[in-house]
Structure formats: structure tokens, C-alpha cells
Design a binder for this molecule. Structure first.
Ligand code: ASP
Length: 417
């Protein structure tokens, strides 16, 4: 009997952690960091290889099947409303916890050097927003810039529905065909997830171990608690109330994507698995998932939003700077923008914190305080990001009256793995 994929991934993850520890204990860290890690790199490269063609073909084929301009407009509105409101809910959860726990007050932290790539980050949120419109769509695709790629694909798909026959049919069928091929390639690459996850986890543990966590313990607990509240109370309530979805069944359906998000710390790299699980396990149509998920992987980051807010407040507390109510409102709004602007790649959220620090006049070196524990928090927030995207897709699918959804409260036994 074949073990279900999510179990294989889970075993890969656990073995990876154990192997990383053994490497630390018995002095073969170098071997893990340099040689075993190659397997993880191969896996990540495989995922990255398919992302752009997968997104382009999936969005175009999804949009052509949506059909009417009115339906397209309604879907866009619902999707953006869901994304912005869940991100705000996440930020407020973070803000309440960081004010209650006050992890930064009296924290004794030696300031660390900020790596130059962080210090050099000068991109403003305004530039990210303008950059949505590509001056050269092919160049954007070649660079792997998600937002302009998505924007152009949405427009392209939409205007396919506006051209006369035979072009309409030809193009629709062509992009559906490309999408089918990309999904087949996705299935193939997903088979290697357990090995990739094993190598990624072994490398992280061999590199960092647990010692770095001690001085930042309370800060980590605050972020973790906020993530847990958002993931296990806020989003499940929305799933249940708005869509009649059984959150546990939905989590099981999405488990391979959630575990991969944790191990890769990248929503973009996880996107192929999220789409696969969404269509095959949760039963959401390609029409909805191809629109909601790529957009979500790029702009909807609840975990990141909440983390941005807590991290900025933590830095203020650690420097003994009291932020007024108005300043905290600015933190909330910039945290939202930062989470929208952050790319779905590892450490993107950390880079974006500088935007908030600048907005409320906090020292940029503050980022150095939280650097040491960013990776593990990144892994957790990425899982929450993917969890929110997938919840959005199923909620929107339900609101559009989709019939094939397999994770409803009444039919949990129909879930595949
Ligand atoms: N790594 C996160 C993601 O891909 C973004 C972040 O750094 O917060 O979703």
C-alpha cells in the first residue's frame, strides 16, 4: 500500500530534523549544509521552474472559463475583500498580543549586524504598486515578477473572451492544453517533495540548532501565539460560518501544501502544491482556484502581516520607544501594505519591516534584533499565508455556488489525501 503524500512529507520533515540534530551532535554539519542540502536546492529549482508557466496558463485558462465581465468583476471584488479583511484581522490579533505580552520591554539583546542586502532595501510600497503594470510583460515573466505577470495574464485571458471565432476557441483550447501539461509536470515534481523537505529541514537544523532562540523566547512566543489564534480560531470560524466548510477536513485536504510551505518558507514555491491540493482534494474548480490562489500567494499574507506588526512593535519596545495610538494605526496600515508588497519567498517579510520602521521613525538597525530567529518564524508564517489563501479559495468557491466541494461539514468522509 502506498503511503499518502502528506504522510510521506511529514516523515521527510521529521527525519530531516533528526538528521540535522545528529549532524550537530556528531560533527558532520558541513556534509549536511553543503552536500545533503543540494537535494533541497534541486527540489526548489524544480518548483521554481514550473511557477511562471503554471501561473500564466492557469490564470488564462481560468479567466477564459469565467466568461462574463460581470462575473469576473464580482470574483475580483470578493477575492480582494477577503484578502484585505483577513490580513487586517491577523494584524489586529498581533497588535493586541504584542501590547499584552510586551515581549520587547526590558529585552537584553546584543545588536547584530544587518546583512547588506537588508540595509540596501530601498524599494517603496508605491513602487511595488506601480510595478503591477509591466512595461514589458515578457521581461516580467522572465524575471519571475509575480504581480505584473498575474496582471498581464488576467488581462490576456479576459480579452481572449472578447475576440471573435475561431480565435476565441483556438486560444482558449491552447491555454487549457498548456495548463493540463503544467499540472502533469506539477504532479511529477510533487513526487519529490518528501526528499526535498527532508534536505531543507536537515540543513536548517544543522545550520541554526536551537540555541539562538533563547534570548528571543518571549518574542517568538508572541508571534507563534498570534499565528496560532489566527490559524485555528479566526480562519476556521470564517470557513465554518461563511462557507459551511469543516476546517479540519479542509486542513487535511491541504496538508501536503501546508507542510511544504513550512519547509520551504515560500508561498510561491508552494503554489503548485496548493493548486493541486485545492483541485484534487478540496474539490474547488480550476475556475476559482486559478484566479484566487496565484493572487493569494503573492498578495495575501496574513501570517506575514501579523508578523510585521509584532516585529515593529517589538523593536519599538526593545529601544524603549513608546508608540502613540496614531503611530500604532500607521503600523497597522503599513503592515498591511508590507504584507501585500512582500514577495512569496523566504525572508521577504523581514525585508519589508524596514518600511514600517521608516514610517514611524524607528531605527532601521532594529531589524538586526530579530534576524537570528527569522527563519523559523518565516516557516510558520508562510504556512499561515498558504492556509489563508486556501481558505479564501474555498469560501469564494462556495459563495459562487460551486457543487463539487469535498470539505463541507456534512461530507468529511469524502476527503482524499
Ligand atoms: N516567506 C513568506 C512567504 O513566502 C513571506 C515572508 O517572508 O513573510 O509567504
Amino acid at each position: 500500500m502506498k503511503l499518502k503524500l502528506h504522510w510521506q512529507i511529514f516523515i521527510g520533515l521529521a527525519l530531516g530534523v533528526a538528521f540535522g540534530f545528529l549532524a550537530r551532535a556528531f560533527g558532520f554539519r558541513e556534509f549536511v549544509i553543503e552536500d545533503v542540502a543540494v537535494l533541497g536546492t534541486v527540489f526548489l529549482r524544480g518548483l521554481r521552474m514550473i511557477i511562471v508557466p503554471l501561473i500564466v496558463s492557469s490564470i488564462i485558462s481560468g479567466v477564459t472559463s469565467i466568461g462574463s465581465a460581470e462575473r469576473f468583476g464580482r470574483l475580483s471584488l470578493k477575492t480582494l475583500t477577503y484578502y484585505i479583511s483577513t490580513s487586517l484581522l491577523a494584524i489586529v490579533t498581533g497588535l493586541v498580543l504584542v501590547n499584552l505580552i510586551q515581549p520587547g520591554v526590558g529585552a537584553q539583546l546584543g545588536l547584530q549586524e544587518i546583512p547588506s542586502e537588508l540595509a540596501a532595501n530601498t524599494e517603496k510600497v508605491g513602487d511595488t504598486l506601480l510595478g503591477i503594470i509591466p512595461t514589458n510583460p515578457l521581461a516580467a515573466m522572465m524575471r519571475g515578477d509575480m504581480l505584473p505577470t498575474i496582471f498581464f495574464s488576467l488581462l490576456f485571458g479576459f480579452f481572449i473572451t472578447r475576440v471573435p471565432q475561431p480565435y476565441n476557441d483556438q486560444l482558449t483550447k491552447f491555454f487549457q492544453g498548456v495548463f493540463e501539461v503544467m499540472m502533469k509536470m506539477t504532479h511529477f515534481i510533487i513526487l519529490f517533495t518528501p526528499i526535498g523537505v527532508f534536505a531543507l529541514m536537515a540543513k536548517i537544523v544543522a545550520q541554526t540548532g536551537f540555541d539562538v532562540f533563547v534570548p528571543l523566547g518571549t518574542y517568538m512566543i508572541t508571534v507563534t501565539a498570534a499565528l496560532v489564534i489566527h490559524a485555528t480560531i479566526t480562519l476556521p470560524t470564517l470557513l465554518s460560518v461563511l462557507a459551511g466548510v469543516n476546517p479540519i477536513a479542509h486542513a487535511r485536504a491541504m496538508s501536503s501544501a501546508l507542510l511544504t510551505a513550512f519547509s520551504t518558507a515560500s508561498s510561491s514555491a508552494t503554489l503548485p502544491l496548493t493548486m493541486d491540493a485545492m483541485e484534487n482534494n478540496a474539490g474547488v474548480s480550476n475556475k476559482i482556484s486559478s484566479f484566487v490562489l496565484p493572487l493569494g500567494a503573492t498578495i495575501n499574507m496574513d501570517g506575514t502581516a501579523l508578523y510585521e506588526c509584532i516585529a515593529a512593535m517589538f523593536i519599538a519596545q526593545a529601544y524603549g520607544i513608546e508608540l502613540s495610538f496614531a503611530q500604532q494605526v500607521i503600523v497597522v496600515l503599513t503592515a498591511l501594505l508590507a504584507s501585500i508588497g512582500a514577495a512569496g519567498v523566504p525572508m521577504a517579510g523581514l525585508v519589508m519591516i524596514t518600511i514600517i520602521l521608516r514610517a514611524v521613525g524607528l531605527p532601521l538597525e532594529g531589524v538586526g534584533l530579530i534576524l537570528a530567529v527569522d527563519r523559523i518564524l518565516d516557516m510558520m508564517r508562510t504556512s499561515v499565508n498558504v492556509w489563508s489563501d486556501s481558505s479564501g479559495a474555498v469560501i469564494i468557491a462556495r459563495s459562487e455556488g460551486e457543487k463539487g466541494i469535498k470539505v463541507l461539514r456534512k461530507t468529511p468522509e469524502t476527503i482524499g489525501g
